[in-house]
Design a protein around this ligand. Sequence first.
Ligand SMILES: Nc1ncnc2c1ncn2[C@@H]1O[C@H](COP(=O)(O)OP(=O)(O)OP(=O)(O)O)[C@@H](O)[C@H]1O
Length: 343
Amino acid sequence: MISIKGLTKTFATPSNRITAVDDLTLDIKEGEIFGVIGYSGAGKSTFVRLLNRLEEPSAGQVTIDNQDITALNSNQLRLTRQEIGMIFQHFNLLWSRTVKDNIAFPLEISGVAKQERDKRVQELINLVGLTGREDAYPSQLSGGQKQRVGIARALANRPKVLLCDEATSALDPETTNSILDLLVDINAKLDLTIILITHEMHVIRKICNQVAVMEEGKIVEQGDVLNVFRHPKQQVTQKFVEQVMGTSEEHGDVDELVNRYDSGKIVKLHFIGESANQALISQVAKLFDIDINILQGKITQMQQGAYGTLFVQIDGEKAEIDSAIAYITEETSVEVEVLRNVE
Ligand SMILES: Nc1ncnc2c1ncn2[C@@H]1O[C@H](COP(=O)(O)OP(=O)(O)OP(=O)(O)O)[C@@H](O)[C@H]1O
């Protein structure tokens, strides 16, 4: 769907040259929610702005839906931009226009007739959950509502791609979650490919299928979100994973844990995309004549299911404990490691 080859952007300042995006090559599949994460200055904003040529590349090629974006003249680019929506950290709304007139704006520009425009605007207002707020001005809206207007406006011309430039960075955690839920919803409903940039791993784990980690203008690591969480290779990626999962020091001493409980088996359960983690524990406790005691751990919900580690103590007859462990190993995607056996 999107193919990026050798994409480079250098800025010349009076004192030096900065390579903000450095020979970047990447493919993004249709319908994906693709996250790009990096610290401030990594080149994320420049990268995303190169995709719709808000920034002109110094070198390289961007192809979206078989169309070479980098080769378009200004007229062609204006039309193609209708197929690439964009939302921004600070919303970029027109403050003197109401919600419905903000959303109508791109439709006016693309010459959609009034009646059809009104119909489309109402559809979009319903889609983003702003029904009843049509005539409000941006200054009368909360941050989350402003971003909903931004999303509706970006979707007005039925784009195939939505670019999100730190779209939740100005929002509180709860509002962030509701906007991320909306993005997941429109990705599924409209079959929209979404590329988002962020410095928060929480955003990646909640909605992305694929992630690329950017550092000094380059992609230093890339892959399926679960795999990247599981085996972060680069130090920068490990730091981002720790934003969500915590550090190993925070997890406590496993030896101490094993010594503290003197009966049963101490088992480490590693969830990698399991769909129902809580249900699993209670189900196993019901199916077998055992007690399961959760000792410590951290599980987080990802787009592809639960991810994380739980340390549990399983107590009961040895044969029952073994059957329970065999069940988890064979019937679920949870990886089981027995840390201490009872004889
Ligand atoms: N118009 C510009 N002129 C000169 N340098 C620029 C320009 N835009 C970006 N840069 C530089 O390019 C590098 C990458 O900036 P960019 O904004 O893309 O990073 P970022 O990862 O999005 O960080 P942030 O989240 O802080 O915006 C930085 O060193 C920045 O100073």
